[in-house]
Each structure stands twice: as structure tokens, then as C-alpha cells.
Design a binder for this molecule. Structure first.
Ligand code: AMP
Length: 111
């Protein structure tokens, strides 16, 4: 997608603090972190959100990577996964992503 900021990161057209990369998945630091650890886990393929997923293959890959990354980012005591799906939920970048937030005590409920 030409106007998608995350596709531009995947293509290397804009910089990002990349923490993990494989054939299908990219993980990088959120530019506006809401916690000491704030990673974004995205599929390289442009998929707008969960509702556009054709199957659960990418989801399984993303969750396996999140599990592997947790100890490396000191998240063993807990972290939060957030997916804002659609405008009403506050999705501002229309490219599927999971926020991984941790490194501090997190409040509940979210806004
Ligand atoms: P959401 O509001 O759930 O769609 O989350 C989009 C997230 O992408 C926000 O937390 C932004 O701070 C983050 N973001 C937007 N542009 C960039 C960028 N160029 N590099 C890293 N994170 C970004």
C-alpha cells in the first residue's frame, strides 16, 4: 500500500527501531511509546485489521514471536497485548498490528 506508514517501514523507506524480522513478521519500537517497552508486531503483508485476515497462520506466527520476545525484553512479570481494530477502537494506522506494552504496572480498565 503506497500510503501506509507501516508498509513504508517494511520496505525500508522510513526508519524504525527494528527488534525482530523474519520473512513474514516485523517488530519495531512504537515511535510514541506509552510504556518503557512498547513494541509493535506487524505482518509484512498489508492487512488492514483482524477482520481482513483470511486464516490464522499470521496470527499464530505473531503470537509465537511475542512469546519468544517477552523474556528478551524483561516482560516475564507481565505485559499487555493491545489490538485496536477499526476506527471506533482507535486504530490510527490501517495495517494490522499488536502493541506489546510492559516495563511498568499497567492500569485497568483502558480508556
Ligand atoms: P493504533 O492507534 O493502534 O493504530 O496504533 C498505531 C501506532 O503506530 C501508534 O502507537 C503510533 O505511535 C505508532 N506509529 C505511527 N507511526 C509510526 C512510525 N513511523 N514508527 C513507529 N511507530 C509508529
Amino acid at each position: 500500500m503506497d500510503d501506509c506508514v507501516f508498509c513504508k517501514i517494511v520496505a525500508g523507506e522510513i526508519p524504525a527501531d527494528i527488534k525482530y524480522e523474519d520473512e513474514n513478521i516485523l517488530v519495531f519500537t512504537d515511535v510514541n511509546p506509552q510504556a518503557p517497552v512498547h513494541l509493535l508486531v506487524i505482518p509484512k503483508k498489508h492487512i488492514e485489521n483482524i477482520l481482513d485476515l483470511e486464516n490464522d497462520v499470521l496470527l499464530a506466527q505473531m503470537f509465537a514471536i511475542i512469546k519468544d520476545l517477552a523474556p528478551k525484553f524483561n516482560l516475564k512479570n507481565g505485559f499487555r497485548l493491545v489490538n485496536n481494530c477499526g476506527k471506533q477502537a482507535g486504530q490510527t494506522v490501517s495495517h494490522l498490528h499488536f502493541h506489546v506494552l510492559g516495563g511498568r504496572r499497567l492500569g485497568w480498565p483502558p480508556g
